[in-house]
Design a binder for this molecule. Structure first.
Ligand SMILES: NC(=O)C1=CN([C@@H]2O[C@H](COP(=O)(O)OP(=O)(O)OC[C@H]3O[C@@H](n4cnc5c(N)ncnc54)[C@H](OP(=O)(O)O)[C@@H]3O)[C@@H](O)[C@H]2O)C=CC1
Ligand SMILES: CC(=O)C(=O)O
Ligand SMILES: [Mg+2]
Length: 543
């Protein structure tokens, strides 16, 4: 009798083991001759793969190599990510993922996730039904309009949900067969893409207004019908859509906005560590924020809450912020502010007028903390930083914009300009700072510290919504892990290598808060902890 043949297994990334198929498995599945004769363990596969990865000349080549691995063998891909997280994170995620989105149409090889074009708006349930994953726990969806700080990348924005979901699995431990990246292709206003004959998205200017809202509504309805239990993470929407979408759907479906809420959760966690090291209190802070988009206002809102929790009245807390956008300081006389921005508008009676620059504001306000979510590269100039350091013993300076090419400052410059006094966290990864002959790691205040734990907590608790208290609990869990709380010379956030442990703690905080808020079934803390451990998928070949 001839043996069974199942060569298709080599094309199924969820079940393929490549060179790790044993002799018996090869014989039974009819794979003899289809694979090189060497039989490797998973560890040996990882060792060989990371070597290949390291030999790729440019970050984008390394990105492509990892994407190939992801499309070929998911256990090997995730094991490599888990074992070498610090090394591969800048490739899978910011900054390289930004370049991958910009070049999406040039590097496209195999489809992953779903592209839902506006032209197919009447068929969204059918398109969603075409997905490869029968069950889905988490969807990350973007419309590609504000990809990191790189602006409109149209359908190339799909690279971001792919990257985020890779981290939901590598860090949070969510089953990769139950995650779904999606781009809503509503056109693009990126002239370069529209003029590029190779662009793969819908070649049309972005739809907006009621048509756009109707399309998002159709998408949500399709998810409600097809995948009613899936959590949706809204990602990299431009400000004018990010907040309205969050407000419209957060009480209707299980969803949150990573850029507004996840970023705030990690920034507050890092800030708490920095304030402790500076020897002060949240209520003592004067905070200047460069950027007034959805991420900046989300971060400011959560810090404001922390100031109130520390004893300031609501109005007093609000008056501790000076927020600037591309046109300068937000002031009451400006007519172009959204309601969320207007909260931070400075009264006309103050000395600083609309149009005041960052340097003007820093000289006048003498801030204790300076945060950047502006996409404005090198905006924290030597003049601004020295001015801040001249009145503040431990200036807290967080250039949080991504990718690296959009960062407001380089930590090495901040170190020099403040004689090593600045307490720094960045959005994208930076090399360690040299100090007194040693190396001091730079903390990466990025929502990657939070969203994998949010997903894990929601799945383990079977939460039906993502409430503010759930995110605050995740932020508090992260803040409690700040190494700086125990050693003032230590980094503000745990190292990247500890992200899996961080995710478990964040998940527990999120899950407990979900139960307390009545959006998840009643369960004890210990029960939730056990469910979190059980919910985690591990990159090993099953027996
Ligand atoms: N570290 C992290 O975890 C995260 C970082 N980010 C980063 O934050 C940045 C902003 O994101 P998001 O808020 O969503 O983006 P938006 O486009 O919504 O906001 C950008 C804001 O910056 C302002 N701005 C632009 N240029 C300047 C300038 N030269 N000087 C002062 N302000 C300027 C804009 O003003 P105007 O509207 O008037 O043009 C706008 O208020 C991005 O780089 C993103 O990658 C976002 C989420 C998470
Ligand atoms: C990190 C992230 O979500 C952003 O920069 O948009
Ligand atoms: Mg984002």
């Amino acid at each position: 009798m001839s043996p069974a043949r199942y060569p298709q297994i080599l094309d199924d990334p969820l079940r393929n083991r490549g060179t790790a198929f044993t002799a018996e498995q090869r014989r039974v599945l009819g794979l003899d001759g289809l694979l090189p004769p060497a039989i490797e363990s998973l560890d040996e596969q990882v060792a060989r793969s990371i070597e290949v990865f390291r030999r790729r000349p440019r970050p984008i080549d390394q990105y492509l190599y990892l994407r190939e691995l992801q499309d070929t063998n998911l256990v090997l891909y995730y094991r490599l990510l888990v074992d070498h997280l610090e090394e591969v994170l800048p490739i899978v995620y910011t900054p390289t993922v930004g370049l991958a989105c910009q070049r999406f149409h040039r590097i496209f090889r195999r489809p992953r996730g779903l592209t839902l074009p506006y032209t197919e708006r009447h068929r969204l349930p059918e398109l969603l039904g075409n997905r490869r994953q029968p069950s889905v726990d988490v969807i990350v969806v973007t419309d590609g309009e504000r990809i990191l700080g790189l602006g409109d990348q149209g359908s190339g924005g799909l690279g971001i949900p792919i990257g985020k979901l890779a981290l939901y699995t590598a860090i949070g431990g969510l089953d990769p067969g139950r995650t779904l990246p999606i781009v809503l292709d509503v056109g693009t206003n990126n002239e370069e893409r529209l003029a590029d004959p190779g662009y793969l998205g819908w070649r049309h200017e972005r739809i907006a207004g009621p048509e756009y809202e109707d399309f998002v509504e159709r998408f949500v309805q399709a998810v409600e019908t097809e995948l009613p239990r899936a959590m949706i993470q809204w990602e990299d929407f431009a400000s004018h859509n990010a907040r309205p979408i969050l407000d419209r759907y957060r009480d209707r479906i299980c969803s949150f906005n990573d850029d507004i809420q996840g970023t705030a959760a990690v920034a507050v966690g890092a800030l708490r560590g920095a304030i402790r090291v500076a020897g002060s209190r949240p209520r003592d802070q004067r905070i200047v924020v460069l950027g007034a988009g959805s991420a900046a206002i989300g971060v400011a809102d959560e810090i404001r809450q922390a100031l109130v929790d520390d004893g300031l009245g609501a109005d007093e807390a609000r008056r501790r912020f000076w927020v600037l956008d591309v046109d300068g300081l937000l002031t009451e006389e400006r007519s172009d502010l959204s309601p969320e921005q207007r909260v931070y508008a400075r009264p006309a009676s103050e000395d600083l007028s609309a149009g005041a620059t960052l340097a003007d504001v820093v000289w006048a306000v003498r801030p204790t903390a300076l945060l950047g979510l502006s996409t404005a590269r090198d905006a924290f100039t030597e003049e601004v930083v020295r001015a801040m350091a001249s009145h503040c013993e431990r200036p807290i300076i967080f250039p949080l914009s991504n990718p690296t090419a959009r960062s407001e400052a380089d930590p090495a410059d901040l170190e020099r300009w403040t004689d090593g006094r600045a307490l720094v966290a960045t959005g994208s990864p930076y090399p360690a700072i040299q100090r007194h002959g040693g190396e001091v790691p730079v903390s990466q205040s990025n929502n990657v510290y939070v969203f994998p734990g949010v997903g894990l907590g929601v799945v383990a608790a079977q939460a039906a919504r993502v409430t503010d208290r759930m995110l605050r609990a995740g932020s508090a869990a992260l803040g409690a892990l700040s190494p700086a709380l125990r050693d003032p010379d230590a980094p503000l956030l745990p190292p990247i290598s500890a992200l899996r442990d961080v995710a478990a703690e964040v998940a527990l905080g999120v899950a407990v808060a979900a139960v307390e808020d009545g959006v998840a079934p009643e369960r004890s803390r210990e029960d939730l902890r056990a469910r979190i451990a059980r919910a985690r998928w591990s990159p090993v070949y099953p027996d």
